[in-house]
Design a binder for this molecule. Sequence first.
Ligand SMILES: C[S@@+](CC[C@H](N)C(=O)[O-])C[C@H]1O[C@@H](n2cnc3c(N)ncnc32)[C@H](O)[C@@H]1O
Length: 262
Amino acid sequence: MVSWRWLTSFCRGGIFPKAFKKSSRCPSLFWGCCYHRTQGSFLNPEIRAFLEENTEVTSHGHLTPEIRLRLLTPCCRFWKEKTDLWPFSDPFWAIYWPGGQALSRYLLDNPAIVRRKTVLDIGSGCGATAIAAVMSGASQVLASDIDPIAGMAMVLNCELNNLNPFPITTKNIIDTEVDNWDLIILGDMFYDQQLADSLHHWLRKCSQTHGTHVLIGDPGRPQFLDHSIQSKLHKVAEYPLLESTRQENNGLTATVVWHYQP
Ligand SMILES: C[S@@+](CC[C@H](N)C(=O)[O-])C[C@H]1O[C@@H](n2cnc3c(N)ncnc32)[C@H](O)[C@@H]1O
């Protein structure tokens, strides 16, 4: 039986990129691919109910216990249930990935990095790192994730942490002209060669055009370790992963924050 348990151990294989090529099975529930600023009360009530019913609120098992999140845990029905019954695209937003954990921990411990800064979080997933940026005093945060359900999960996670939802975009902004952000953050986004190449090219442009500061969180995924971006990175922090995250991530033991300097 295929269940969502495999999601947490994907990264040594090629499942993840394939999963992203799948489209949502429930397009009528989409937010649409545009720039959003929404309050939780505007969420489609059916989707809200589905997300609340099929995730668990948790603040343990990851590196930032001060952030509460709705995640897929062994207590949830779809941890074991066949994925065929899941109505949306694969729920990568329902996992707090090691790369995002490192970045969030780093921002919470070093708020001066983001205080009064404008911050763009690429591939936000559950939104934890964007939440950490808000908690650390960022003046403006934009979360970006191409999965509209991730956007909705982020709104719920903002509510859990008593924050007003930040703007969220579901448009793919990689390879587009972007505004002049002070800081771009990316957690666990180097899992696919093609995406890694696009990201590197785009980050170089953002950095060279605007002088944008770029921080990358990654636990040592093969596509990241083997990428040419490695020669432009400077390690700023490393954290041991908690036991539960180690088990879910095929033996990865630590997660790192890198400063990209093209
Ligand atoms: C491995 S998850 C990481 C989530 C989060 N940053 C974390 O560390 O917990 C990757 C996320 O990137 C999103 N994603 C993939 N391609 C993207 C793109 N081109 N633009 C924005 N988000 C993207 C996926 O929908 C997914 O939520």
